[in-house]
Design a protein around this ligand. Sequence first.
Ligand SMILES: [Cu+2]
Length: 125
Amino acid sequence: MKRILFFALSWAMLSTAAMAQQHAHSPAAEADKAQVAQAEFKVWGNCMMCKKRIEGALADMEGVVEAHWDVDSKMMHVRYDEQVVSLMQIKKAIAGVGHDTDEVRAPDEVYNQLPGCCQYERPEQ
Ligand SMILES: [Cu+2]
């Protein structure tokens, strides 16, 4: 139910943005907008260092428009171009720097090299 509400809200925001752009007569921006998807999922981590590492993993990733991880809720919010990158690729990139996601688990050897303060309690396999 929460998810449905989130998508409904996202859709409302996207529609509003699209209308705003029409007024601005910016067809290029509109074309960009049309392909941008967004998702929210859990990423395990502890602190601001984790936040830097998690968001940093996506900073230079092609197709990622926006990446934000909330330290308190552990929720990752991404906006990305579906034509360029998949949600699974995004999750793999995050797992690749040592952080478990709802679908992709970080390799043990990478996790073990995280600083002590960043070694979160791992979810069940
Ligand atoms: Cu940390």
